[in-house]
Design a protein around this ligand. Structure first.
Ligand code: FAD
Ligand code: UDP
Length: 425
């Protein structure tokens, strides 16, 4: 157990065994220790002076941002490459409290039958694909129609009648989007929600960076260290390897299938403080309406006795290979070493919750309605707050989650303060 030196300064994160906790000594429960859970826990403890129980099913904190040194001594991300980028100054200054940051601008190249094309597809990619002269003409056309510096989605480009714009659209569709999207989602680009492919537009620019956000970087000592700093605060206790679905006892208003939640008990006590839940909602309700669809991933690591293996952080395989992309962490983390580790990502259907991780919600009207059915079960329990990529069944980047967690926790704290004031009057 961590030693308390002075208020707010612990020696390390305080880890506890769930069976040993006295639930009556906590003011808030947070399920999950990714950004959604960790930010709420920290805000409850620091701003609200609350005692917070964090329940985490994995054997470590940090959610999908978790990183660690592999056997070769290379810092690797265990749940997919995570590059921080945002235009939200509030979020970035908040995260700077917990880590120093190195500026890192992510570059992605598509392997196009052995030739590299910058992604997002841009003026430079156009020259490689079409040759300088033809590219100059086609780029003029793009600028005339959309304007220089614009980002155009592949769907917007494909909707154009002009034959030369159609030629560009067909090229980008076939060589950047089609096969990658089929591998990633098991669907064609037409079948995925338009917001998904819109993440990677055609960019009428020479800017080869994957993101153009104002703030971009990586935590100097890695994400796990950042989470340790965030959760190292008096009042926060973390139970690892504890699945909320096995320790929560749910009570419902009646026995019907659509009966809403009326209480959540922990250690036989109905918990009345805020419960922030950041796991999948269908899992919480034991998939009573059927499982929500997700995509899962398999990661395959390879270590080489070479300083670098790839020309940049990530290479996307848009026309060949079974894997979607390969990442070389050293480009991202700035680590210096004579050897290197790369990671290949294989996307899979999510079929086995015991063995797989749900990484991506598959957003479409049918799945959103399916999710809403689960969410409605929680509406009657005002102290229950689903938050995050899994609990909200959304495709959120890290910065968005941090912002939402700040909003939610501050809203809850404001309500608590008002209720306390009213009680004192
Ligand atoms: P998570 O990080 O998934 O955390 C949820 C936590 O809840 C996990 O620790 C999980 O173990 C725990 N949990 C779940 N169920 C239970 C339960 N029943 N009981 C107890 N604990 C439970 N975003 C970016 O901004 N930049 C990127 O480069 C980027 N790359 C990504 C790459 C991949 C492959 C993926 C899948 C996502 C990427 N993201 C990226 C998105 C980023 O991962 C999410 O925004 C972030 O993880 C959301 O945080 P979260 O807390 O909602 O979820
Ligand atoms: N995409 C693609 N080819 C690429 C890059 C992206 O087809 O080279 C599509 C694909 O459908 C992918 C989506 O755009 O799922 C979003 O890409 P992004 O890189 O944002 O995905 P993430 O990093 O979230 O997995």
């Amino acid at each position: 157990m961590a030693l308390v030196k002075q208020k707010g300064t612990l020696v390390g994160v305080q880890y506890t065994d769930y069976k040993d906790i006295d639930i009556n000594s906590f003011d808030a429960v947070v399920v999950g220790s990714g950004f959604a859970g960790a930010v709420c826990a920290r805000e409850f403890a620091e701003r609200g002076d609350m005692r917070v129980l964090v329940i985490e099913k994995r054997a470590h904190i940090g959610g999908n941002m978790y990183d660690e040194l592999d056997e070769a001594g290379i810092l690797v991300h265990r749940y997919g490459p995570h590059i921080f980028h945002t235009n939200d100054g509030r979020v970035f200054s908040y995260l700077r409290r917990f880590a120093g940051w190195i500026g890192y601008q992510h570059n992605v190249l598509a392997d196009w039958y052995g030739t590299y094309l910058p992604v997002p597809f841009n003026k430079n990619s156009m020259e490689i694909a079409f040759g300088k002269e033809r590219a100059a003409h086609l780029t003029e056309k793009l600028i005339d129609v959309f304007g220089d510096g614009r980002k155009v989605t592949i769907n917007e480009l494909r909707a154009q009648d002009d034959p030369e714009l159609r030629e560009i659209a067909d090229f980008v569709y076939k060589n950047v989007f089609l096969y990658y999207t089929q591998k990633q989602w098991g669907l064609t680009p037409e079948e995925v929600d338009p917001s998904v492919t819109a993440r990677v537009p055609v960019f009428i620019s020479r800017d080869n960076r994957y993101f153009q956000d104002q703030y971009q970087g990586m935590p100097v000592r890695g994400y796990t260290d950042l989470f340790e700093q965030m959760l190292d605060y008096e009042g926060i206790e973390v139970c690892l390897s504890t699945d909320a679905t096995s320790v929560f006892e749910l009570e419902f208003e009646d026995d019907s299938e659509d009966a809403q939640l009326s209480a959540i008990k922990l250690h036989d006590v109905s918990f009345i403080g805020p419960i922030v839940y950041t796991g999948p909602l269908d899992e919480l309700f034991l998939a009573r309406f059927g499982r929500l669809p997700y995509r899962s991933l398999d990661f395959v690591y390879e270590t080489y006795d070479e300083e670098y293996k790839l020309p940049c952080g990530t290479v996307n395989y848009t026309v060949t290979e079974d894997y979607t992309r390969v990442t070389e962490f050293k480009h991202m983390t700035g680590q210096k070493a004579p050897n290197t580790t790369i990671m290949k990502e294989y996307s899979r259907a999510y079929t086995d919750p015991d063995a797989q991780i749900p990484y991506y919600a598959i957003i479409n009207d049918e799945n959103n309605a399916h999710y809403e059915r689960y969410r409605r079960l929680t509406e009657s329990l005002p102290n229950f707050h689903p938050l995050g990529r899994l609990a909200e069944y959304r495709y959120y980047n890290m910065d968005k989650i941090v912002g939402l967690a700040l909003d939610l926790s501050h809203g809850i704290l404001d309500e608590r303060a008002s209720a306390q004031e009213a009680a004192e009057e």
